[in-house]
Design a protein around this ligand. Sequence first.
Ligand SMILES: C[S@@+](CC[C@H](N)C(=O)[O-])C[C@H]1O[C@@H](n2cnc3c(N)ncnc32)[C@H](O)[C@@H]1O
Length: 193
Amino acid sequence: MVDDVPESQDREVPRPPRRNGSPPKVLVELGAYVGSSAVAWGQILRDLNQGQAACRVFTVELEPAFASISRDLISLAGLSDVVTVLQGQSGDILRTLKAEHGVDKIDVLFIDHWEKFYLPDLQLVEELGLFRKGSLVLADNTDNPGTPAYLAYVKKGGSGEGGVRYESVSHKTVAREGVPVSAYRRSSNTPWI
Ligand SMILES: C[S@@+](CC[C@H](N)C(=O)[O-])C[C@H]1O[C@@H](n2cnc3c(N)ncnc32)[C@H](O)[C@@H]1O
């Protein structure tokens, strides 16, 4: 079993992953829009880390105007020390996370941008070695219009025998059929994790 995978499909809010008993420190969100969910994530991580500034949220937004509004909203919420808006195309930004922002591992990846990028960006994060054992991936809007390729990939456990593995649970929400939460697990053949 993967550490800290949610036990119940009835739970609406997934239990956050813990590394060595500590709460998640680094969350990356793909798709900020005007920053509402980034504010929520920032407050959640701050609360979980009991107000210490050791947690970070990076939210990625393609549109400069939306990125600017997000920065204003995050500032109004008093979360600029926790949440950073990175403006650009998700793939380009993911490639800069380590070198430019010191991100070694992602504890939680929240995917909420355009559906056609879900699977390529998940696989890019794998290639970049940004997951650790127990990293969680949450994906919104997978059922309407849907991300069949992404769902098939995480449901079968990733790239297959000897590759990456996921264990996934779909959480029901009020509006949607399910929000899959996938826990990344170490494979014996992936010593780079
Ligand atoms: C569904 S909205 C995000 C909603 C936000 N997470 C929330 O819950 O408040 C999707 C956003 O992703 C952005 N987006 C789409 N494709 C993107 C990409 N490849 N890279 C970065 N942002 C992208 C869009 O501009 C849009 O603002």
